[in-house]
Design a protein around this ligand. Structure first.
Ligand code: GLY
Length: 354
């Protein structure tokens, strides 16, 4: 039987391990603390259409292909674990000034031209759907196909499903992929991936988020994910059953300390979108490291005959999980998935030369 070592136990690595074990591989996940990195901090917003931008066609294509797989992926996990992951359907992006409104119209036209549904909403329509949003909002975009999922419930469900499928876990740190006793290695170590494969162009990009909790008598939470540009910064509010995730700062940094400035900006930006934010409990502030690549596309595919990359998912790790899993399983059975051809690590010529 083919043995597979999955290096990295975030949502990408755990999902690959779970599904590979179900397909008959003998799988070990190598991670000192599975699920504790970027997967634990994520917002869980599955918003490839709302984040679409003209010229980033491959990013949209990959995101949309993965979003389409999410309902079946979530249903399979729920049937095995009883854990429900979806916390909201649809997302709304709002404009606070004329320049943002013009940008949103550009995005809507482009996304529609790529064959996806996205509706432009008037100020009154925005207020009608989400009455708690602020008075400065001029225009909205509604992406009805988008979802949000609870990233922490996802980690818990995947760990349980992986154990049930027979996946083994090793907490010993991996210093060199050559030390792993396995027929195939899947490198899913997020922002740490380039430590194990130095030519991989993956760099950490720090992001801070807040977790807010509902309080008795507080203004009802938005039903949908709400996104907007505030003070030139992208801000989002992602519903949870009992609160909201507010995100996210973005810095070229590799530490996970939460800064005062980060918390201040997140609160100020969230308040511009949702003035009632001050009524909720500030439950947690945390930071994680996004594994970014130079072209914002992930790295999914062969690095060598033995090693497959499943990393570099940047801001979209949770979104791209189901597609990445299908692609890695296809690689393991030597039948590559054409949907991920633009994510091949071989687009960076230095990568495969090890
Ligand atoms: N997934 C959204 C972010 O990285 O901020």
């Amino acid at each position: 039987m083919t043995t597979v070592a999955v290096v990295g136990g975030g949502v990408i690595g755990l999902s690959i391990a779970w599904r590979a074990a179900r397909s008959g591989y003998v799988v070990t996940v190598h991670d000192p603390d599975p699920g504790s990195g970027a997967s634990w901090v994520a917002g869980g917003m599955l918003a490839p259409l709302s984040e679409g931008w003209p010229g980033e066609g491959h990013v949209l294509e990959l995101g949309a292909a993965s979003l389409q797989r999410w309902p079946e992926f979530a249903a399979l996990l729920r049937s095995g674990t009883g854990i429900d992951l979806v916390t909201s359907t649809a997302s709304m992006t709002v404009a606070l000034d004329a320049a943002d409104a013009a940008d949103l119209r550009t995005v809507a036209e482009w996304v529609q031209a790529q064959g996806h549904e996205m509706r432009v909403l008037s100020r009154a329509e925005v207020r009608d759907l989400e009455p708690s949003l602020g008075p400065r909002i001029r225009l909205g975009l509604l992406a009805s196909a988008e979802l949000s999922v609870d990233n922490r419930a996802l980690v818990v469900a995947l760990r349980r499903a992986a154990v049930d499928a027979g996946v083994r876990f090793s907490e010993a740190p991996v210093a060199d992929l050559a030390d792993l006793d396995a027929d195939r290695v899947v490198l899913a170590a997020g922002s740490a991936s380039s430590r194990l494969w130095p030519a991989l162009p993956v760099r950490p990009v720090k992001g801070e988020i807040l977790r807010l909790r509902m309080r008795p008598g507080a203004t009802p939470l938005p039903e949908r994910t709400i996104r907007g540009n505030v003070h030139g910064r992208p801000a989002y509010l992602v519903p949870r059953r009992d609160g909201l995730v507010v995100g996210a700062t973005q810095y070229e940094a590799a530490d996970t300390q939460v800064t005062v400035a980060g918390v201040r900006d997140l609160i100020a930006d969230a308040e511009a979108l949702l003035p009632a934010i001050g009524e909720y409990e500030l439950h947690e502030a945390s930071a994680g490291l996004r594994p970014m690549t130079p072209d914002n596309l992930p790295l999914i595919g062969r690095l060598s005959e033995r090693v497959i990359a499943a990393t570099g998912h940047g801001r979209n790790g949770v979104l791209l999980t189901p597609l990445t899993v299908d692609a890695v399983l296809a690689e393991l059975s030597e039948d590559p998935l054409s949907e991920v051809k633009h994510a091949s690590p071989q687009r960076f010529t230095e990568v495969v030369a090890q």
